[in-house]
Design a protein around this ligand. Structure first.
Ligand code: KG4
Ligand code: ZN
Length: 344
């Protein structure tokens, strides 16, 4: 059966900000028709982290094939699209440039509007794909490998940054501790799994900036405390239970994230909280935040794991709402590696 796409507003989006080359087609901002993700994790794993130069080269090799597959899977052609969305920041400059250049070429060739999307805004909009009933206003906790931010989403195109990390991102801390514990990259999912059999109260690792009336975060002190603890134990020849370390570290991160998120929702008088970004896939964070939100009469939303980590469907959802608002880019669109949330 041929899918009737004519009446729907279709968006093709590209995402190449880090180590996933992704293209997706979505309908009316909310329905995923295809979401193709070519992950480079296996390429970067042997280096223990993303190598920017290799990431750019892999994006170049993969981007056209991924776009073709996204269109094919959606049963659509380029001319069916209403617009093309692309992540233009934040991220690795060389990686972003591949997606931006490809999207500009496609938009020019098919004479379609181009929409430049902020990657972090895309992460929040992943929730619109998973939860048809969700609408602003809400407070969103964006926790990824590069960012930890609390955002008040007042309307689809109106955001206020409430606070962000002063140093490391939550995901960066997960990946660093995993590396020291000799777990594979990216470490977040491995810590999550290991922590399930550990005691979260085994070691009282520090919780920074709690109890303060601020929505800023800091994870570098926690990271150093865990690394020093492991080194000292090693030097003394002591064996520590890896699962207890993982669980105690994870609990320290999650305590801070949940406390500040619930307070941010209450301070801004919203009764919905939206988790976003790769770390939103963390099972302990989901469970703890769910419990704290329930106590406070707040409804919690988070995306399924595939929409938590980097993907182009979330970029397409954000692009759709920008397209409706007439927020379009032109062929001068450039990569902005340090793009801030809610800015142009
Ligand atoms: O959003 P994302 O895919 O990429 C960035 O925009 O950074 O996030 C990747 C981050 C990595 O640090 C990864 O370790 C972390 O998300 N992550 C997790 C989990 N799954 C992915 N961290 C904790 N628990 C998880 N289950
Ligand atoms: Zn991301």
């Amino acid at each position: 059966m041929k899918v009737r796409t004519q009446q729907r507003c279709l968006i093709l989006a590209l995402e190449t900000s880090c180590d996933e080359t992704s293209a997706a087609v979505i309908a009316d901002g909310r329905t995923v028709l295809s979401n193709i993700i070519s992950s480079q994790i296996s390429v970067h794993q042997k280096f223990g982290g993303v190598v920017p130069e290799i990431a750019s080269r892999k994006h170049i090799e993969n981007v056209i094939g991924v776009v073709d597959e996204a269109l094919h899977t959606a049963g659509a052609v380029l001319q069916d699209m209403a617009a093309i969305g692309v992540t233009y920041g934040p991220g690795l400059v060389g990686a972003l440039l591949v997606g931006v250049s490809a999207a500009k070429a496609l938009a020019f060739a098919a004479d379609l509007p181009l929409v430049g999307v902020n990657h972090l805004e895309g992460h929040m909009f992943a929730n619109f794909l998973a939860h048809p009933e969700l609408q602003p206003p809400f407070v969103s906790l964006v926790v990824s490998g590069g960012h930890t931010s609390l955002v008040h989403v007042r309307e689809y195109n109106s955001f206020a940054l409430l606070g962000q990390t002063r140093d490391d991102a939550a995901g960066e801390a997960f990946d660093k501790i995993a590396r020291v514990m000799k777990l594979p990259y990216p470490g977040g999912p491995h810590i999550d799994r290991l922590a399930k059999t550990g005691n979260p109260h085994a070691f009282p690792f520090p919780r920074a900036l709690t109890g303060e009336n601020s929505f800023e975060f800091s994870f570098s002190g926690l990271k150093s405390a865990v690394v020093n603890f492991l080194h000292n134990a090693e030097q003394r020849g002591e064996t520590v239970q890896a699962a207890d370390i993982a669980a105690s570290f994870q609990a320290a991160v999650v305590d801070v994230l949940t406390e500040k998120t619930v307070r941010a929702a209450q301070n801004n008088q919203v009764d919905q909280v939206v988790l976003a970004g790769g770390v939103a896939a963390n099972s302990y964070l989901q469970r703890e935040l769910e419990g704290r939100c329930r106590q406070a009469g707040i409804k919690l939303y988070f995306p399924p794991p595939i929409l938590c980590t980097d993907n182009a469907a979330m970029i397409a959802s954000r692009a759709y709402y920008q397209y409706l608002a007439g927020d379009l880019a032109d062929l001068h669109l450039n990569a902005v590696p340090a793009l801030q949330l809610g800015t142009k």
